[in-house]
Ligand binder design. Structure first.
Ligand code: ATP
Ligand code: ZN
Length: 760
């Protein structure tokens, strides 16, 4: 037995030289998917020293109870107190999930969007990659050459010799089944060789079943028109000199921006590099995908409908370097390409490029940073660029490239505003006014097709009591209920709440409940009754629930089986239907009057984009925009196709308002079940930030707190305040300086939204 004294010496008090040795141990730096900024150091068990790499996941004892917790190894250090550190429990991944570039990028996201590195990492690696979806552990056999020489190859029985020959021919480890097939034997000889020690056994992950891919017919690149050619040449300059630059491709609708991207990518691919093309989720249609697949040998598509297994497979394919072009929605900005040469963001003005959960990143800014780190160009394309992007280009930070004309010299369609205040039909509650009705008739009778745009789904967006004048609201949310006639329900559009439409007012008890306003369902009824001989199709999130329904609907329209297509923003963007000769905007005012600094910009964008769907062939086309505010600059400039004019007017307003793009904002949104608690917490938080800004002399304005525009949502009361500064970094600095000192509450939650787009 060991004497107790000696035992103690070993357990508690390492000898001085042992301590010195331990201090020199390399430790893993680990971050967790928690809102905590710092990385934690862990000892790496002997077996993993020198093997563990940054980008691999590990399990570590964490927190008070030392609960085994998954974290990301982000680097290594030699801390002073290494001897006292806890050890990693397990290394989860055999290979890093991310390379150093992507680690750097996620670190940047954490800093820029005020979340932790671990939270950023956790978001960008898809779940399917984390759980190795669609793969199975498989056993592989390879030859142990040394054992084979020792035991003598010539002495082997014929079947075993055939196994060796099969493995030699393959030149890589094979599964038993594969060997049996090519050596034409059973499993006996394989096992025999394994037992002799001649075959080495390894376990490896492999795809459960490789998916079949449809061959897509190849198409030639189009011959660019002079404007497109000039644009391409301008883009190729930074590309050829291999430097980072952001190029804003401002091209009117139908100017052939996509063809310019494609021919730029052609050059990127010729260098053996890859391109990432981001498009809004809604534009990821089979047509868009086919457009790329018909031009390049290997295209990976990343969209939100992929199963975990499919996503994992695409991720592996991309990270193996065997993909030329990645086309995808927002999160494709994180595609693990090996030699990225270009990033393109099409329709860069789309708000869906901003993620609305933590980390609330904007794919455009992430792309800019990624392109900068990689020293490659970034192309932003749009017919209606955001003021943020346009202002940068005007200041010369980014390069502006313009396509002023549509391809094949097609003119932009004439756009006219129709004042609904003077239209007797609209005044009496119709959706379709006289002018649009006449225009629809002319269009369909001439064999053309019509697109009607209305940004409101449901039948009637307002339930309202005529007796007391109150809107009938959702009990959980500060929002009036929408009547969905087809389902016989009054529904809330932000929570799940739905009831039978009340016959009497819940407030005053009078049987005076009225339905007010027009949604897509009611518009559909109106079209059907006015144009019974023509087929009408409604596209909104109610009719397009099923997977594939969007494509089916667009297909029917493309084939001419449907003459009138009506719907929400789903039909407003990117569609290229040559036979559309009329576009009608039923109500241009829905966004205009929202309490949002970007209301005018969004209205302009929407009209310009919807209008862009008309007149895309020699048949021509026109656009009618119903509004009760025809004098609003956004509407006037949009009808005149005057983007630059709009920007000049709007930017002045933004400067006066100290709003983006001149100022950066971070919005802190707080919510809790009790209003007074939220108010109190918001006040104390704002006070801490205000005081810190004063003391540290950081030029940050703290605006608010105030009730959020939607003050109650999903039973939670909501308040918000904003931090505003001319430099985004100033806000970051202030936030970091107080993060640890901010008040805490178990009843009030908050999120920080940097560069917020959604102000609700
Ligand atoms: N050089 C060209 N010659 C002939 N046709 C072209 C050429 N370039 C593009 N096109 C065609 O013109 C149409 C419009 O092009 P594209 O969709 O690229 O425009 P866009 O600028 O992206 O439009 P939007 O902003 O409205 O989506 C497409 O059908 C495309 O095939
Ligand atoms: Zn609700």
């Amino acid at each position: 037995m060991t004497p107790p004294a000696q035992q103690q010496l070993f357990d508690d008090d390492p000898l001085p030289w042992e301590l010195a040795a331990e201090e020199d141990v390399e430790c893993a730096e680990v971050v967790f998917n928690r809102p905590m900024e710092q990385a934690f150091s862990y000892l790496v068990p002997e077996a993993w020293r020198g093997k563990l790499r940054a980008g691999q996941r590990v399990r570590c004892p964490f927190g008070r109870g030392n609960r085994p917790t998954t974290g990301y190894c982000v680097g290594f250090s030699r801390p002073k107190n290494a001897g006292k550190l806890k050890s990693l429990l397990e290394v989860i991944d055999r290979e890093p999930l991310l390379n150093q570039h992507m680690l750097d990028l996620t670190q940047w996201i954490g800093e820029r969007y005020l979340c932790s590195w671990g939270q950023a990492l956790n978001t960008i690696i898809p779940a399917g990659v984390k759980n190795y979806a669609g793969t199975r552990m498989r056993t592989y056999f390879s030859i142990d050459e040394e054992a084979l020489t020792r035991l003598g190859e010539t002495n082997l029985p014929t079947k075993q010799a055939a196994v060796i020959a099969a493995l030699r021919a393959a030149g890589e480890p094979l599964q038993s089944k594969e060997i049996e097939q090519s050596a034409d034997c059973g499993s006996g000889p394989v096992n025999g060789l394994k037992n002799k020690g001649i075959l080495r056994v390894t376990r490896r992950r492999a795809a459960a079943s490789p998916p079949s891919t449809d061959a897509v017919e190849r198409e030639q690149d189009l011959t660019l028109n002079p404007e497109q050619r000039t644009a391409l040449e301008q883009i190729l300059q930074p590309l050829r000199s291999q430097k980072h630059e952001t190029l804003l491709l401002h091209g009117v609708t139908g100017s052939g921006k996509t063809e310019v991207y494609i021919q730029t990518i052609r050059e990127v691919v010729s260098y053996g590099r890859q391109a990432i093309v981001l498009v809004p989720e809604i534009s990821l249609t089979p047509q868009t995908i086919r457009r790329f697949e018909s031009r390049f040998d290997s295209v990976a598509v990343l969209h939100s409908h992929l199963t975990d297994a499919e996503r994992h497979r695409q991720w592996k394919l991309i990270s193996s370097g065997n993909v030329q072009v990645v086309v995808g929605a927002r999160s494709a900005v994180f595609a693990p390409t090996t030699h990225l040469g270009l990033i393109v963001i099409d329709e860069e003005h789309e708000t869906t490029f901003k993620q609305e959960t933590t980390p609330r990143y904007h794919a455009r800014e992430v792309a800019r940073q990624r392109a900068k780190m990689a020293g490659i160009p970034l192309i932003l394309g749009s017919a209606t660029p955001t003021l943020e992007s346009y202002a940068r280009a005007r200041r010369g930070i980014d390069q502006l490239i313009t396509l002023k004309k549509r391809v094949s010299d097609l003119p932009l369609p004439p756009v006219s505003a129709v004042d609904v205040r003077n239209d007797p039909r609209c005044v009496s509650g119709s959706g379709i006014g006289r002018a649009i009705q006449t225009a629809i008739r002319t269009a369909v009778e001439d064999g053309g097709q019509v697109i009607l745009f209305l940004n409101v789904r449901g039948h009637s967006p307002v339930l309202w009591c005529k007796a007391c004048g109150e809107g009938i609201k959702c009990p959980n949310c500060d929002i009036t209920l929408t009547w969905h006639k087809d389902r016989h329900l009054a529904m809330c559009h932000t929570c799940e709440f739905a009831i039978d439409p009340p016959k009497t007012c819940p407030r005053c008890g009078h049987a005076a409940v009225r339905y007010f306003g027009i949604g897509t369902q009611r518009l559909e009824e109106e079209v059907a009754s006015k144009f019974p001989r023509y087929k009408c199709l409604r596209m909104d999130s109610d009719t397009m629930r099923k997977r594939g329904s969007y494509e089916t609907a667009l297909d029917a329209f493309r084939k001419g089986e449907v003459q009138i297509l009506l719907g929400t923003q789903m039909i407003a963007k990117g569609l290229d239907f040559p036979n559309v000769t009329l576009v009608g905007v039923i109500d241009a005012d829905t966004i205009l009057h929202q309490p949002d600094i970007r209301a005018a910009e969004r209205t302009f964008q929407l009209i310009a984009q919807v209008a862009g769907r008309a007149g895309r062939s020699s048949k021509g086309g026109r656009v009618l925009v119903q509004t009760s505010s025809p004098d609003e600059p956004a509407i006037q400039f949009a009808t005149a196709h005057d983007y630059v004019g709009f920007v000049h007017a709007e930017i002045q307003h933004r400067r006066e308002m100290q709003a983006p793009p001149f100022w950066h904002l971070a919005r802190v949104i707080l919510r809790g079940l009790y209003d007074d608690e939220v108010v109190e917490f918001a006040n104390s938080m704002a006070t801490v930030l205000r005081k810190a800004a004063e003391e540290s002399d950081l030029p940050v304005r703290v605006l608010g707190p105030a009730p959020a525009p939607i003050m109650k949502l999903n039973k939670f009361y909501r308040h918000h305040f904003q931090l505003a500064a001319e430099q985004a970094e100033t806000i970051q600095k202030l936030w970091r300086s107080v993060a640890a000192k901010l008040p805490k509450s178990s009843n009030v939650e908050y999120v920080v939204d940097v560069d917020p787009l959604n102000m609700r």
